[in-house]
Design a protein around this ligand. Structure first.
Ligand code: AMP
Length: 407
């Protein structure tokens, strides 16, 4: 289906033409008419499917056809600052020829930024894109008149609940007019999301695209290896790909691991940078800019970068550690092969993480090929779940070595 069939206003259509958007993706094809009809919507779609445009375009279309009143019309809530900023940038692109305005509202930054956000709320940016905590901080003062809000959109709702934002979202929604349109987008539909939807949405339409399947264009593989082999394995993979490789994103499961991996890679002569919530806002933004402009070629990150973040041309995603949550695997590897491109995802599995990886394979309904370690590496461990007996035996031996009473 072509975008011209949605009867968007000319200015919005021009923005789409400028951005090279011609054909709607399946989520756009299904969601846009529902939103144009002012219905509430619960949509199950993962990132990389074009879901941002699916909710942004009809809202912009409605906005440009209404008379502007210098009041906030739409609130989009997203889990991370990076995602909020990215949505704002997409809106700027689409709305280039319209007179709709948007402003991102998230934490970090200085008092000046807080004041700018306050102005955007008071003077009425048409669309604000915010993280929950910072919006609540503004709502604590009474300069933001929410009575004009007609649309509330929750993006990556499952992630927001994982991050503990349930109460914040409820508090925000309680300050908004009851007769608004509410749209909820989530990659998965656990019971908590249904509960949230029951509380926030009125007679919603629902759309469900195939859940939790990595994009077709991603070539997946994995290595069984010991932790001590991982740095050399990264080096080998990068060497084999050659000098032209521009973007490598390496995921680890905690800030501590990210720092350790970065240091180890740097010591081994592979210049890497780090990205996680322990950095301040300026550092986070600079890192993303440098990675996008290819100043940084190897970026080691926590799952803060696994959801929604759209960086073109990431050729390889490496899971240095298997993610604890199976869904995160799909999100992490979705950072490559964005919108019809191809990419590669490689996972390192140590013997303790075999069970996790088997759970991932169950979720994606696919066995990921296990590759042989390159020549010169010592023997790889087997792809077998460590038996409980073995674990217990190790524990018994460990206990035997310990003195029974303090000396
Ligand atoms: P999203 O799932 O919203 O993060 O979108 C993933 C990527 O696909 C972004 O780079 C979008 O700009 C791009 N994209 C979304 N919809 C379309 C479309 N209909 N045609 C071309 N590119 C698109």
């Amino acid at each position: 289906m072509k975008f011209t069939e949605f009867n968007f206003g000319n200015e919005l259509q021009e923005g789409l033409d400028m951005m090279g958007f011609e054909k709607a993706t399946p989520i756009q094809e299904q969601a846009i008419p529902i939103i144009q009809n002012n219905k509430d919507l619960i949509a199950c779609a993962q990132t990389g499917t074009g879901k941002t445009a699916a909710f942004v375009l009809p809202i912009l279309d409605i906005l440009t056809k209404e008379t502007q009143n210098n009041k906030v019309n739409t609130i989009i809530i997203a889990p991370t600052r990076e995602l909020a900023k990215q949505i704002d940038m997409q809106i700027e692109g689409f709305s280039y020829f319209t007179n709709a305005s948007s402003y991102p509202i998230y934490g970090g930054g200085t008092g000046v930024e807080f004041d700018n956000q306050k102005q955007a709320l008071q003077k009425g940016s048409d669309i604000i894109i915010c993280t929950p905590g910072r919006l609540l901080a503004h709502l604590d003062f009474d300069y933001f008149d929410t009575s004009s809000v007609k649309h509330l959109i929750l993006d990556e709702a499952d992630r927001m609940l994982d991050m503990g934002f349930y109460d914040d979202i409820m508090k925000i929604s309680n300050t908004l007019p009851k007769n608004r349109q509410t749209l909820l987008f989530s990659a998965t539909m656990p019971p908590k999301i249904r509960e949230l939807a029951n509380k926030l949405l009125k007679n919603p339409e629902s759309i469900s695209l195939a859940i939790s399947k990595p994009a077709e264009g991603i070539t997946q593989s994995a290595y069984m290896c010991h932790d001590s082999q991982k740095v050399n394995l990264v080096r080998e993979i990068l060497r084999a790909k050659g000098r032209d490789l521009s973007h490598v994103l390496i995921f680890a499961s905690s800030i501590k691991s990210v720092r350790e991996i970065k240091t180890t890679l740097n010591k081994a002569g592979m210049k890497a940078s780090e990205m996680h919530s322990g950095l301040d806002q300026d550092q986070r933004e600079q890192t993303i800019r440098d990675f996008k402009s290819k100043k940084i070629r190897i970026l080691v990150a926590t799952d803060i970068l696994s959801r929604g973040i759209d960086i073109k041309g990431i050729e390889i995603v490496i899971n240095y550690e298997v993610p604890h949550d199976e869904e995160d695997y799909v999100h992490r590897i979705g950072r490559t092969a964005r919108a019809d491109r191809t990419g590669e995802a490689i996972t390192f599995i140590n013997p303790k993480q075999v069970k996790n990886f088997k759970d991932i394979e169950k979720l994606i309904e696919k066995e990921v090929p296990k590759l042989e370690l390159p020549k010169g590496f010592s023997k790889a461990p087997e792809y077998k779940i460590l038996s409980k007996n073995k674990k217990n035996k190790k524990w018994r031996n460990f206990k035997k070595q310990k003195p029974t009473s303090p000396k």
